[in-house]
Every structure is written in structure tokens, then in C-alpha cells.
Design a protein around this ligand. Structure first.
Ligand code: CIZ
Ligand code: SF4
Length: 301
């Protein structure tokens, strides 16, 4: 039996579901029951009936699943798969900011730790941040940790005042305006699809800005044939599978998140076989973070 079959057998036996983010290795996406952006995966993690979730992504995603479904066993097959942007904010720093801006709503991007979610009023992802923040009653918004997503949303909601944390994604920051100009010269008719974690001078080239899932939906429903894809390369697997007759170009070969590539099939197998590499969240923190995440699911509807 090959490793894929072994995993499928174990999955049945343990009543597990495998969820994978679009940035995961192709072989992981192939074995997954569902692939998605962080909002979609978080919804599935909350609603699925399975006892066990194997989360192939990074820690904040698996942690969010645990926060929403404490009764489920959540396996993150490689414990070191983290998100440097999520780890940048410390709880005490938010407490200080809240003191400085007592009337502000604290909005955190889902790419954040459980402790940060616990100090936030609502969590958002790139696919629902605009809708949720637009409808908040507070005029002042503390947004963290991603200043690029924050400034992108702030541009669209000029009536609110944003206090932006200065975090960023190291993978999306690598992409420069010059890379886009270069590839645009080679493919002048291609549509440019950009993730909002990119910097403003890169976003300025976009025909469409959205989360990984939104980019895939856009390309799939478009009549165009050529697309420049400005996000982590792992997304190409799903894009090409869904659109075998279309062409996708990544502007720079360094658009790889090393953390998203840490999980391999062997790790999924070992995690399920040994039922280890389990994610736990301290109950006091979990309850507070739950409110922030459940608010996202409520407000995003
Ligand atoms: O970690 C990222 O960069 C995420 C969550 C991307 C996405 O759009 O799902
Ligand atoms: Fe974090 Fe960026 Fe990797 Fe997403 S792509 S997990 S934001 S480092």
C-alpha cells in the first residue's frame, strides 16, 4: 500500500477530515478532503461532524479550529509550521493600545495567535474584512497585525479612522513593483490578480484583489486566458487543475512561504497514526478568542 492509501485508511478509522490551505504542497492538496482560504477552512472546521481534524496549514489556522471546536482533536502535523506575521504581536502591546484608544474596535486578521484573538473584538480574513469593518459601529479601528491588508481596507472605508499595526508577510513583501512591470511587459494582456497582503505599489497594478479562494473563483469564471498571480506559488496547483486551458504566471520565483511547505505526506501519516502533534489552547484564552472568531462568522454572513 502506498502512503496515500495508508492515510485514507487511517482517516476512515479515526473519523478524521484533512483540511489544506492553497499554499500547501500539491501532494497534500491532493490528499485533502477540502482545500480553501482561511475563512472557508475555518467554517469547515467549525461545522464538520468529524472527531479529528488534520489541519495542513500553519499554526494559527489549526489553533482557530481548536478555538471554535474544543471537543475535536486538531492535529497540526508539523508543530513548527508557524506564521511569522502572526507571531509578531504580543498581548500586552494590544492592551496598551486599547488604553490609548478606548473607543476603538480591535480587529485582528485571522493570521494571529490565540492570545491576540482573545484581546480582539472580532477576527477577519481577507475575504470578509471589508464587510465586517464597514458595518462595525465604532469609527476608530485598531487593525492588526498586517498593515498591508489594513491599509487596503482603510482606503475603501474613508469614514473610519484606522490605527494600523506595522506587521507584514515576509513572503508577500518580497514581491516588488519592478517584478510586476517586468512580467507585464512580457504578458501585456494578462489580468493581474493580487493578494491584499502585498504592498500598495504592487496592489496598484491589480485588476482584482482578493484572498486565495477569491483569486481562484475570479480566474475560473473569467473569459480571459492569461493571468499574473501575485501570491504564494502553492495556489498554482488548484488554479491549473480547475483551469487546464488557461495560463498562470507568477512574477517572481521566490514567492514561497517556507512554513506552508513544512508538512509532508509522512507527517500527515505519523500525526494520524500516533494521534500526536495535537494543538491545545488554554481554556481561559480559548473562550475569549472564541468570541472574536464567532463574531467573524456571525458578521460575515
Ligand atoms: O496566510 C495567508 O497568507 C492567507 C491566510 C491567505 C489566504 O488568502 O487564504
Ligand atoms: Fe504567514 Fe505569509 Fe506564510 Fe501566510 S504566506 S502563512 S501570512 S508568512
Amino acid at each position: 500500500m502506498d502512503i496515500q492509501e495508508e492515510i485514507l485508511k487511517l482517516k476512515e478509522k479515526k473519523d478524521a477530515i484533512i483540511l489544506a490551505h492553497y499554499y500547501q504542497r500539491p501532494e497534500i492538496q491532493e490528499i485533502a478532503d477540502a482545500i480553501g482560504d482561511s475563512y472557508y477552512l475555518s467554517k469547515l472546521a467549525k461545522d464538520c461532524p468529524n472527531k479529528v481534524i488534520v489541519f495542513c496549514g500553519v499554526r494559527f489556522m489549526a489553533e482557530s479550529a481548536k478555538i471554535l471546536s474544543p471537543e475535536k482533536t486538531i492535529i497540526l502535523p508539523v508543530q513548527e509550521a508557524g506564521c511569522p506575521m502572526a507571531d509578531i504581536v504580543e498581548r500586552q502591546q494590544i492592551i496598551n493600545l486599547k488604553k490609548e484608544h478606548p473607543n476603538a474596535a480591535v480587529v485582528c486578521y485571522i493570521n494571529s495567535t490565540a492570545q491576540v484573538k482573545a484581546e480582539s473584538d472580532v477576527t477577519v480574513t481577507s475575504s470578509n474584512a471589508f464587510k465586517i469593518i464597514k458595518n462595525l459601529e465604532q469609527e476608530e479601528i485598531i487593525f492588526l497585525p498586517d498593515q498591508n491588508l489594513g491599509s487596503y481596507i482603510a482606503e475603501q472605508i474613508p469614514e473610519k479612522r484606522f490605527i494600523l499595526w506595522k506587521g507584514f508577510c515576509i513572503t508577500h513583501k518580497r514581491i516588488q513593483k519592478s517584478n510586476i512591470i517586468f512580467i507585464k511587459k512580457k504578458k501585456p494582456r494578462a489580468k493581474v490578480l493580487v493578494h491584499p497582503e502585498c504592498e500598495k505599489d504592487v496592489r496598484n497594478f491589480a485588476d482584482f484583489i482578493g484572498s486565495t479562494k477569491e483569486m481562484i473563483d475570479y480566474a475560473t469564471s473569467s473569459k480571459e486566458k492569461d493571468f499574473i498571480i501575485v501570491t504564494e506559488q502553492g495556489i498554482l496547483h488548484a488554479l491549473q487543475k480547475k483551469n487546464p486551458d488557461k495560463n498562470f504566471y507568477i512574477p517572481d520565483s521566490t514567492m514561497i512561504c517556507t512554513n506552508m511547505k513544512k508538512i509532508r505526506l509522512e507527517d500527515v501519516y505519523k500525526g494520524l497514526f500516533n494521534m500526536n502533534s495535537i494543538i491545545e489552547v488554554e481554556e481561559k484564552i480559548r473562550q475569549k478568542a472564541f468570541q472574536s472568531l464567532i463574531n467573524m462568522h456571525r458578521y460575515a454572513k
